[in-house]
Write a protein that binds this ligand. Structure first.
Ligand code: 9MR
Length: 371
């Protein structure tokens, strides 16, 4: 009897000790992510509206990981899933970076957007060329390569990536041209676009498939995008959503331009997501190619004037997003904080996000969450 009491007491102490050890190890493993994840963040303010995402680089850790978990419930890989990085050679895929982001999303219960399956930028060298002759491949070969790529990538993340930017930026910026004259277009004409959606749908019938582009508030460009999407929908191509990238600035878009774009695309029966949001503190349109060549060297200071204009723009755009909450299913920021933005690489430091370089919420943040 005495022995069994001692044995039970030993067992009990062992269980208590084991659990203490386990939870202490878990909290170390999560690298400061507990605690802040319970504080109210963007995603909580917008719980009844849409998911709030962020574009990230692989192997998130430390205070940035903590910030992501406090504020966001969806991730996009900033570069890791693009064709060049993930499929550098015809018979070789590089999964490590994308896997690390998808694992993080899985571990913490975040949604994952896939970006992007078909684009003219960051394409691998082998894609358009016949290796023997070094001339362009035929349309059949290119479509077969596209199909292999999409099938392999979508299959790997099936059930983990809920939405894909299947095709990115195929419409030209200049008003006289319809499609961008990329190698995709030169080799296959318009066909690669519909084919990409078909391949993606075949690989994962449950994934929500998006066409994604920038300068979608420009009336001429938006009309062309609308025309392309309408044609595909009429032909029963599986397109489910349109991504408005949202590389905006303190000067654009206007409330009216933004509302008109959302209404116009939603009228096609498509869901709308803002997929790459940032508000540059410099004037002009920030999307894609437009700003290249005009990068004057402004001082790298976030002035009170920039701060004021930016918070007004953020306030306005989130007012519009909330107004169209039925049409909008997700809003994703492009990068985490002003510590690093893709816009920094354009000849001057930018400050386009809601968190400053020390990861503190900026005034614009409070305009976005106080409603
Ligand atoms: O943020 C991305 C940057 O790190 C890359 O160098 C760049 C390559 O063109 O792509 C950036 O992301 C782009 C996105 O994939 C598509 N829309 C425009 C984004 C900004 O250029």
């Amino acid at each position: 009897m005495r022995n069994s009491i001692i044995a039970s007491a030993c067992l009990l102490s062992f269980i208590v000790l084991f659990n203490q050890c386990k939870s202490s190890l878990e909290s170390q493993g999560s690298t400061q992510t507990t605690g802040t994840a319970n504080k109210k963040g963007l995603k909580d303010y917008y719980r009844n509206y849409f998911s709030i995402g962020v574009a990230v680089t692989p192997r998130l850790r430390g205070e940035e990981a903590a910030l992501v978990l406090q504020h966001f419930n969806s991730l996009t890989a900033e570069n890791a899933m693009k064709m060049g990085p993930i499929h550098p050679q015809e018979n070789r895929y590089f999964w490590n970076d994308a896997d690390s982001i998808v694992d993080f999303a899985q571990r913490h219960g975040l949604k994952m957007r896939g970006h992007t399956l078909t684009w003219h930028t960051q394409t691998p060298g082998w894609l358009f060329k016949d290796s023997a002759s070094n001339t362009n491949v035929s349309k059949e070969v290119l479509l077969k390569r596209l199909k292999d790529h999409i099938t392999t990538v979508v299959n790997r993340y099936k059930g983990k990536v809920y939405a894909w930017d299947v095709v990115n930026e195929v419409i030209a910026d200049d008003s006289a041209t319809y499609f961008r004259k990329s190698p995709w277009y030169q080799i296959t004409g318009e066909d690669f676009v519909a084919k990409a959606f078909e391949y993606a749908h075949e690989a994962d019938p449950k994934a929500i498939l998006f066409y994604n582009d920038y300068n979608t508030e420009n009336p001429v460009k938006r009309e062309k995008i609308y025309r392309m999407l309408k044609k595909m929908l009429d032909a029963k191509v599986p397109v489910h959503g349109v991504g408005l990238q949202g590389h905006w600035s303190v000067n654009n878009p206007t409330r009216e331009e933004l509302e008109n774009s959302i209404k116009m695309f939603a009228s096609l029966g498509l869901q709308v997501q803002i997929t790459e949001l940032d508000v540059s503190v410099y004037g002009g349109r920030q999307g894609g190619q437009i700003i290249q060549g005009q990068a004057q060297r402004e001082a790298a200071v976030f002035t009170p004037e920039m701060e004021q204009k930016q918070l007004e723009k953020y306030k306005m755009i989130f007012e519009v997003f909330r107004k169209y909450k039925k049409e909008i299913t997700g809003v994703t920021f492009w990068n985490i904080s002003d510590r690093y933005s893709w816009l920094d690489g354009r000849g001057r430091k930018n400050f386009p996000l809601l968190f400053d370089q020390t990861l503190k919420p900026k005034k614009a943040y409070w305009e976005v969450v106080n409603f």
